[in-house]
Write a protein that binds this ligand. Structure first.
Ligand SMILES: Nc1ncnc2c1ncn2[C@@H]1O[C@H](COP(=O)(O)OP(=O)(O)OP(=O)(O)O)[C@@H](O)[C@H]1O
Length: 331
């Protein structure tokens, strides 16, 4: 693949894959004083995957991402990149593209200077700089001081920084913040294209609706511990609400209500607030023949809230609204 060609936004991922390939967090642990803020965290991001890293404020996402990129040393555990401990990589910037803090640019330097500095530091070819600036839509402001950029433009510059070395992996902390609708859709396309070319992406975001249209797997962290690591489809599958149809829905509805299950007829089926197992048992006891029984899906935000609810309950004064809505985060 030629450098600086029309494939400039794509990853350097290859088609052959060995068992050790991928980004692996293995038992990562970080303590601040007596507090363990990341506790024995393990998960992986394989080439070609886009994985969402989700959790409430203060859950330990950024701390984990920093360790994964080699920017923070764990107190225990190790971060592996294609089988090599990240801190042993001679030039991690060419392997992992990192967007951790879009405002971490030299505000007095121009957009072009900032990107050139990074390219020089990680040994990326000089011609990648103008190519990347054009690719992220900053070609026209290349000579503008970075401090004068809008938040959305800073995000684009940060993405250019992450991509300039044609890495195999991307680690993106809140890459959608500050972007308008077009910008969000553009970043998502970049991420999808990167993964389609064999790169692996780990992305953290509070914009659940956006995440749910981007990732194929979800890792949820709460109070420093992984509470879920599963395909998106599995995570959004509700364990509390199911849809069912039987040869006699009226009889089944009566039986469900009699058993104390909240249920209603809807669109030629029954929607019942119980597990599929419970509904199956009630149907069997009634002698109803089930034609269909499946869990319904729910919003990703609701699923993650359900997984991390204890945290919110524990924090007085901070209710579920502390997640905010997508709109609030976009403001
Ligand atoms: N340098 C530090 N010194 C002490 N505590 C820290 C430090 N950095 C982070 N923490 C604490 O570690 C915990 C995890 O923080 P972290 O930034 O990783 O969470 P997060 O999930 O990224 O949160 P957010 O969604 O708000 O960005 C928090 O309680 C935070 O206060």
């Amino acid at each position: 693949m030629g450098e600086g060609t029309s494939t400039s936004l794509t990853s350097a991922g290859g088609s052959s894959r060995s068992a050790s390939q991928g980004l692996h967090a293995s038992g990562l642990t970080r303590r601040y004083g007596s507090r363990t803020v990341v506790d024995d965290v393990s998960f992986e991001v394989l080439p070609g995957q886009v994985v969402g890293f989700l959790g409430p404020n203060g859950a330990g996402k950024s701390t984990t991402l920093r360790m994964l990129c080699g920017l923070g040393r764990p107190d225990a555990g190790v971060a592996l990149v294609d089988g090599t401990p990240v801190h042993r990589l001679p030039n991690a910037g060419r392997v992992i593209g990192v967007l951790l803090d879009a405002s971490a640019v030299h505000r007095g330097r121009t957009v072009q200077e900032n990107l050139s500095l990074v390219a020089q530091t990680i040994g990326a070819p000089r011609h990648r700089v103008p190519v990347m600036l054009e690719a992220v839509g900053l070609g026209a402001v290349a000579r503008r001081r970075s401090g004068a950029l809008s938040l959305g433009m800073r995000q684009r510059l940060a993405l250019a920084v992450a991509l300039v070395g044609r890495p195999r992996y991307l680690v993106l902390d809140e890459p959608l913040n500050g972007l308008d609708t077009e910008g969000i859709s553009w970043v998502k396309d970049v991420v999808r294209g990167f993964a389609a070319d064999g790169g692996g992406v780990l992305v953290s975001s509070h914009l659940m609706a956006e995440v749910s249209t981007l990732v194929e797997r979800v890792v949820v962290i709460d109070r420093g511990r992984i509470v879920q690591d599963a395909p998106l489809a599995h995570v959004v599958m509700s364990t509390e609400t199911a849809l069912c149809r039987s040869t006699d829905d009226e009889q089944l509805l009566t039986a469900l209500l009699a058993a104390g299950v909240e249920a209603r007829a809807e669109g030629g089926a029954l929607v019942a607030h119980a597990s599929t197992r419970r509904i199956g048992e009630i149907a069997a006891a009634t002698g109803a023949v089930l034609l269909e029984l499946r869990p319904t899906s729910r919003e990703l935000a609701d699923a993650v809230l359900a997984l991390t609810e204890g945290e919110f309950r524990a924090r007085r004064g901070l209710d579920l609204a502390s997640w905010g809505t997508d709109e609030e985060h976009l403001r």
